[in-house]
Design a binder for this molecule. Structure first.
Ligand SMILES: O=c1ccn([C@@H]2O[C@H](COP(=O)(O)OP(=O)(O)O)[C@@H](O)[C@H]2O)c(=O)[nH]1
Length: 409
């Protein structure tokens, strides 16, 4: 199953050959849009193709805007303004002469996966229209919904590329990834034990892909509905509920006096604390446990096999809670999330924190890590937003895949 992919041949099929002095390394660009459930982001990557197998990532330009595409589910034309704004960033970042050779691609994640196929397609059609009018190279299938397996694999490729673990692929010493989005959450790692692969509930948990001379066989899964925003709704019993106008969703994870309208995925929910019940970590844990129990599979091996990089909302909430520095990131033990959740939940009514949801979010993260994936309290996670100034995101892996055809199967 191992196949050698000639990187240069692949690039030439996308970027037409042009003459340069023989010793001049080639510079090329890739533009990837991440249409997430909570926002849309553009990543403009500059690569230098030297003679070695892997290109060198020279730099990334990153911009984001809120809300995500799914907020325009009932008025898809309104989604185009944001896409146009972000495309301007690409025009500023890529030299004019390179526009025609530079691919623009958009991949949508959980926000669009959770919409009906018709509504999602109407949004994608609008984006496609804006891309078609742009001066960039618009490859086939440049605007699609990405499946969860690819989201997990591509994030794993990104982080292992950025941390230098892919160039020494033969060692197979890699890091695992934990990605917590708004709508879905992904776990991906390279198992050391056969038993891990043999003991998955369905074969969907294992994915193979080829890169240079090796095939990687990864444990990867994306749980739709277990992203942080979707988990809030599920905890409140509001996920997929009808008659939203006339209902108020309550939780022991919210401050007793809290009462607010809250929007996600184009819908608005009336939320409130629960003055008539106990609030705090214990009752809250029981509530969030319902979102995790029987849903999340526990891999056979976990703690000792890999160092895990945790990013997206894992990182954001660790910063909000004061556990790590917002620029540096840092190492945390799983128990640190729990300890902090207890603290935030016990003081939320008297001493409101940055967000009324912090108790719920921190409790959910603790529960997901421990009762969900089955991490030990003592497992150390590397909380990361950027590696060498590049966002930890599946988007880099997606650009590498585009140029390189990693043959994910
Ligand atoms: O390049 C990126 C892309 C996303 N995020 C974070 O990812 C989370 C949201 O994920 P998203 O809206 O993409 O949800 P999904 O659709 O993946 O469930 C938030 O914490 C964002 O700040 C980020 O930090 N950098």
């Amino acid at each position: 199953d191992v196949s050698f992919v000639d990187f240069n041949n692949n690039i030439n099929s996308v970027l037409p050959r042009f003459s340069r002095p023989a010793n001049h390394s080639r510079i090329f660009y890739g533009v990837m849009f991440d249409a997430g459930s909570t926002g849309t982001r553009i990543h403009v990557y500059t690569f230098i193709q030297s003679n070695s197998e892997l290109p060198v990532l020279d730099n990334e330009i990153f911009q984001s805007l809120k809300p995500g595409l799914s907020a325009y589910a009932d008025s898809p034309k309104m989604a185009t303004d944001g896409i146009r704004k972000l495309l301007k960033v690409a025009k500023k970042s890529v030299p004019r002469l390179e526009w025609k050779k530079t691919p623009v691609v958009l991949r949508a994640t959980a926000g669009l996966r959770m919409l009906s196929a018709e509504k999602a397609q109407a949004l994608l059609d609008q984006v496609q229209h804006v891309f078609d009018e742009s001066p960039f190279l618009v490859p086939d299938n440049s605007v699609t919904i990405m499946n969860g397996t690819n989201e997990g694999i591509l994030a794993w490729i990104s982080v292992n590329f950025l941390t230098g673990h892919l160039s020494a692929a033969q060692n197979k010493k890699t890091v695992g990834i934990l990605d917590l989005g708004g709508g879905s959450t992904q776990i991906t790692f390279l198992p050391k034990l056969k038993k891990t692969i043999e003991s998955v509930p369905v074969t969907d948990y294992i994915a193979r892909f080829d890169i240079f001379n090796s095939t990687f066989e990864l444990y990867t899964y994306s749980y739709l509905g277990n992203g942080l925003m979707a988990a809030r709704l599920a905890t409140l019993g509001a996920l997929g509920a009808e008659g939203l106008e006339d209902r108020v969703f309550k939780s022991s994870c919210l401050p007793k006096k809290f009462m607010e309208d809250w929007s996600f995925g184009g819908l608005t929910y009336h939320l409130s604390g629960d003055p008539g019940s106990d609030t705090g970590f214990k009752p809250c844990y029981q509530e969030v446990l319902k979102v995790v129990k029987g849903v999340i599979h526990q891999p056979y091996e976990l703690q000792d096999s890999n160092l895990f990089y945790a990013f997206s909302y894992y990182f954001d909430r660790a910063v909000d809670a004061g556990l790590i520095d917002g620029v540096q990131g840092g190492m945390l033990e799983v128990r640190d999330f729990k300890k902090k959740a207890k603290e935030v939940c016990s003081t939320m009514t008297k001493n409101p924190s940055v967000s009324p949801f912090l108790c719920m979010d921190m409790t959910y993260i603790s529960c997901l890590l421990k009762d969900g994936f089955g991490f030990k309290e003592s497992t150390v996670l590397q909380l990361t937003k950027t590696v060498n100034n590049v966002e930890a995101s599946w988007t880099l892996g997606a650009v590498l895949d585009h140029f390189h055809s990693l043959k994910i199967h």
